[in-house]
Design a protein around this ligand. Sequence first.
Ligand code: URA
Length: 190
Amino acid sequence: MYKSFEELERDCSHCERCDLCKTRHNVVFGVGNKNAEVLFIGEGPGENEDLQGEPFVGRGGKLLDKMLNAVDLDRHKNIYIANIVKCRPPQNRDPQEAEQEACIEWLRNQVALIKPKIIVCLGRISAMKLIKPDIKITKEHGIFFEKNGITIMATLHPAALLRNPANKPGAFKDFLNLREKIKEICDHTY
Ligand code: URA
């Protein structure tokens, strides 16, 4: 286990634990406030993220920022955003189970240092890995689970909302519920 976030990030930036390191341009470690009470976790970097080294910077990221800002959350102020895998899977395919397993230790260390009160899974892959393997995200998004003392919820992936805008109101409701949950269990005033 790491004592410092900087040391963790430095080691992660040299990671060769799986073959995704061979095709990456950048390790996408995460962005945001390391003392955040709310941690968002996506699936893995896409093309823009791989090139810029920051999570959710493409069209999906813009939509995510809009939804976050509507409930007083901001990636540069009061949340942290990371992914299950830190390197881009070629052609944006789903990260394989072996790649997720190889990478998850970095995320475990991030969680141990950030100590979030709430984790929000962005999309099916993250929800399956962190909440339960058989989660049905279309039915179970917005539901708060409890795992290892952390409150955890899944919402629809922003890219899925861009493909299927009819689901946006349902996803936005998750963000409104999240705001209420933050008021209930978080210390900082948002
Ligand atoms: N999709 C993700 O799941 N994560 C990113 O960082 C970008 C797109």
